[in-house]
Ligand binder design. Structure first.
Ligand SMILES: *[C@@H]1O[C@H](CO)[C@@H](O)[C@H](O)[C@H]1NC(C)=O
Ligand SMILES: *[C@@H]1O[C@H](CO)[C@@H](O)[C@H](O)[C@H]1NC(C)=O
Ligand SMILES: *[C@@H]1O[C@H](CO)[C@@H](O)[C@H](O)[C@H]1NC(C)=O
Ligand SMILES: *[C@@H]1O[C@H](CO)[C@@H](O)[C@H](O)[C@H]1NC(C)=O
Length: 364
């Protein structure tokens, strides 16, 4: 009875309170939920990405992009960089590559360098070794805004060349005496695979590299190969390597994406302050950015992360080659191996023995 009476007595206020509570929770909770959804997604995405990458290939040493400054021991980093410099100097001398001469190995090649006079920074742009990221940085240093660089369709290198004309060897040497100079190197066979995957495999129609790909197919694809071959629109890695090795044999000029660094930057004829390796890039470029006082302009990051070959891919592609082809590639890049202390360990073993080759041109 009392209950009934009470209910009849206070129907309005209770309902109003309940409605109010419902109303405000709805108003507050929905945006809160939305914010939560957006941010967790934002945080989870890279995490998810790295998790799948991790599962994909545990041995992938290079392509993690960590946020924030890496915790490094500067003494160790500096010692490593000094060690590389000394190794380069001594090896150049031992191989006679420090002597100026009139061939591609001994003629100082300033063509590929970018000189930023304002910030006293000099870089030899080795393609497929963090070049996307540093081209972006050089464009930032040249004064292009991040916004512009994000939306422009212009080729980054063309933008850069407007601000950084190609120096003469003498001008470059002068600039280098009063600058921080650097180059970034990478395992030669990894760089080669990265170039193949980036430029030839899946190249778009009507591009230079698609045309090159078609030429390679015409010349190196065997009409008698089994089934799958004719349908693969791009040259396979073995086809590409056959083409490359023939170019070398006939002394043809090589594409800039796979020219040996020894000829591309002639590192024995210019003295670099920092020789960064992609394997230790985070730490090396952290040091570089601090040394050149660019902390306020450049955030160390790797724009091209995720596109390079992992060791899984190295295994996949190099196991399609003949041992003799891998051996010849090592010979093509022999100075890069020696000057930058890379090893062919693990590569030769991937190759196929000669008699085991039937049909292998067919798969990619
Ligand atoms: C850095 O490494 C060196 C040599 O391994 C060591 O002596 C030094 O204590 C380390 N410094 C820091 C801050 O960890
Ligand atoms: C270098 O070699 C080229 C031919 O390869 C020749 O035309 C040129 O005169 C030579 N230059 C010098 C300085 O010897
Ligand atoms: C070298 O660079 C410094 C600034 O880093 C500048 O003050 C100096 O004038 C330069 N010296 C020469 C010879 O260009
Ligand atoms: C060259 O690399 C090997 C490991 O691959 C290392 O043990 C050696 O110290 C390096 N040499 C130099 C001079 O950096």
């Amino acid at each position: 009875m009392g209950y009934k009476r009470r209910k009849r007595k206070w129907p309005g206020p209770w309902k109003a309170v309940r409605r109010c509570v419902l109303f405000f929770t709805t108003i507050c909770v929905i945006p809160l939920l939305l914010v939560l959804l957006v941010t967790t997604d934002h945080y989870l995405r890279p995490l998810r990405h790295s998790l799948t990458r991790h599962e994909e290939d545990i041995a992938d040493r290079f392509f993690y992009v960590r946020s924030g400054k890496p915790k490094t021991n500067k003494t160790v980093v500096l010692a490593r960089l000094k060690n590389r410099q000394r190794h380069l100097y001594e090896t150049c001398k031992a191989l006679g590559l420090d002597k100026v001469g009139n061939d591609s190995l001994h003629r100082p090649n300033a063509w590929e360098f970018l000189v930023n006079e304002e910030h006293h920074l000099v870089w030899c742009n080795v393609f497929k070794a963090a070049s996307t990221s540093w081209m972006y940085n050089f464009n930032l240093l040249a004064g292009y805004s991040p916004k512009f660089l994000k939306k422009t369709k212009a080729v980054p290198l063309s933008l850069a060349r407007k601000k950084y004309p190609r120096p003469s060897p003498q001008a470059l040497m002068d600039a280098m005496t009063n600058s921080t100079s650097f180059l970034i190197v990478r395992h030669p066979l990894e760089r080669l695979l990265s170039a193949y995957r980036d430029k030839l495999q899946y190249s778009m129609p009507h591009t230079y590299h698609r045309q090159l790909g078609n030429k390679i197919i015409t010349k190196y694809r065997k009409a008698t190969s089994p089934k799958s071959t004719p349908t693969y629109r791009w040259p396979t890695f073995p086809e590409f390597v056959s083409y490359l090795l023939d170019c070398v044999k006939h002394n043809k000029l090589l594409d800039m994406h796979w020219t040996p660094i020894t000829e591309f930057c002639t590192p024995c004829l210019f003295k670099f302050d920092v020789i960064a390796h992609t394997e230790t890039l985070q730490e090396d470029q952290q040091y570089l950015i601090e040394k050149a006082h660019l902390e306020d302009i450049i955030e160390p990051q790797w724009k091209n992360a995720g596109h390079g070959p992992t060791s899984k891919q190295v295994r996949k592609y190099y196991s399609k080659l003949k041992k003799s082809q891998i051996q010849q590639l090592c010979n093509l890049y022999r100075y890069d191996f020696q000057l930058f202390n890379y090893s062919i360990d693990g590569y030769l073993e991937l190759g196929l023995p000669e008699e085991n080759m039937k049909g292998n041109n067919a798969s990619k």
